[in-house]
Design a protein around this ligand. Structure first.
Ligand code: HEM
Length: 400
């Protein structure tokens, strides 16, 4: 069938194309990308559970090309056992669920500060003024970046993310390179300082993480921090944006959540399923592999369509219905298996706190544009801008 994930109409709304793939060609050769697409839940799930058949590759590290500020160390995302097992064990020691739970009050404070600034104006772009800054500020504080350097950190982080779009303009490339170098120098100094003077932050936890006398090197920590910025910021921004868009598109579901705040966590899981911020991840085949949907030859590049698996009617009844009470616990939005998203508890926390603040601490809001430009990417799903208008108290009173 004719499926080109790079076509603008497919990026705008990939779901009908996914449905056709699942039904007609569940394991499909994609000529434009020279790779195989796997679209059914059962097959994506199998691939994630069998990393020996579907190892990871160097795709993601290549995303930054020569703009990678830490090119000498591979990313955990691209590693396979036993190297991945070693690194992940160490990183897990630092990134514990307890640490994430302890963050909640601070995440709430940061969210409240952003919300207070947001609601001072009748109109706002939610991406620029809320869902974009929130994850960057949270990760900066987690790492232990000083307040005075927050602005620099945000700039470095934005430029490192910009590197993934492979800018061609030499001036932009030079700026991205300079930001990468500044970021690296700052983090290297911080890692060295935390070894001498431990503090209550993630860098100290990473410096201290020890497993059978094995420890993380400074470059391993640096590469991990770059990945945290790339894997954690835009994804969480899009989770919040996709939640707001899905709720505004489904007023009855929005009303249910407004009436019952306890539905927020379930709503977040449904957004992750319904509009997965990461639509596709990549793997290779170690040998010829037979899936339910078809056979893939050895040494092939494989696209695991998480966004399609999460809309598979064989797994989720009425998958195209956005249902805030569904609470899907087994969606694949965070992947599965050995590479299961390290930041999932943090993303869930930020998503919940952000949506609680938007729904219960802000005046009611509406989107001011009928059509929102989407991020032009086959990997991430989200909107570029999300212009909202808050209903003034007078209008809100008149509506009651
Ligand atoms: C809604 C937000 C997020 C989504 C949808 C998401 C999605 C994913 C997915 C699908 C994977 C698996 C990739 C694969 O198997 O190839 C992954 C891995 C990862 N994520 Fe997330 N992520 C989110 C937020 C975050 C956050 C907030 C952080 C950290 C601050 C983070 C850090 C990571 C890391 C380090 C990995 C690699 C783990 C490994 O290879 O062992 N992510 N994420």
């Amino acid at each position: 069938m004719d499926y080109n994930p790079l076509a603008p109409e497919v990026m705008a709304n990939p779901y009908p194309y996914y449905a056709e793939l699942r039904n007609k060609a569940p394991v499909a050769w994609l000529e434009p990308l020279q790779c195989w697409a796997v679209s059914r839940y059962v097959d994506v799930d199998f691939a994630l559970r069998n990393p020996q058949l579907f190892p990871s590759s160097v795709f993601t590290a290549q995303a930054l090309g020569d703009l990678n500020p830490v090119p000498e160390t591979p990313w955990i995302l691209d590693m396979n056992p036993p190297d991945h097992t070693r690194l992940r064990k160490l990183v897990n020691k630092a990134f514990t669920p307890r640490l994430i739970r302890a963050l909640e009050p601070r995440v709430r404070e940061i969210t409240q500060e952003l919300v207070a600034a947001l609601t001072r104006h009748p109109e706002t772009d939610l991406v620029a003024s809320f869902s974009g800054p929130l994850p960057t500020i949270v990760i900066a504080e987690m790492l232990g970046v000083e307040r005075a350097r927050l602005h620099d950190f945000k700039r470095w982080s934005d430029d490192i993310v910009l590197a993934t779009s492979r800018p061609r303009d030499e001036a932009v490339r030079a700026r991205v390179r300079a930001s990468g170098a500044e970021f690296r120098a700052y983090m290297e100094e911080m890692i060295a300082r935390r070894r001498r003077e431990p503090a209550e932050d993630l860098i100290t936890a990473l410096v201290r993480a020890e497993e059978e006398r094995d420890m993380l090197s400074a470059t391993e920590i640096l590469a991990l921090v770059v990945l945290l910025l790339l894997a954690g910021n835009e994804t969480t921004t899009n989770l919040i944006g996709n939640a707001v868009c899905s709720l505004l598109d489904h007023p009855a579901e929005l009303a249910k959540v407004r009436a019952d705040p306890a539905l927020v966590p379930s709503m977040i899981e449904e957004v992750l399923r319904y509009e997965s911020p990461v639509q596709v991840i990549f793997r290779q085949t170690a040998c010829e592999v037979e899936l339910e949907g078809g056979t893939i030859p050895a040494g092939a590049t494989v696209f695991l369509l998480l966004g399609s698996a999460n809309r598979d009617e064989r797994k989720f009844p009425e998958p195209d219905r956005f249902d805030v009470t569904r609470n899907p616990q087994d969606h694949l939005a965070f992947g599965y298996g050995i590479h299961l998203c390290l930041g999932a508890p943090l993303a869930r926390l930020e998503g919940r706190v952000a949506l609680e603040a938007l729904l219960f601490d802000c005046p009611p809001f509406a989107c001011t544009r009928p059509y929102l430009p989407r991020i032009a990417s086959l990997i991430v799903r989200g909107v570029q801008t999300l212009p909202l208008r808050f209903t003034t108290p007078a209008v809100a009173a008149a509506m009651q």
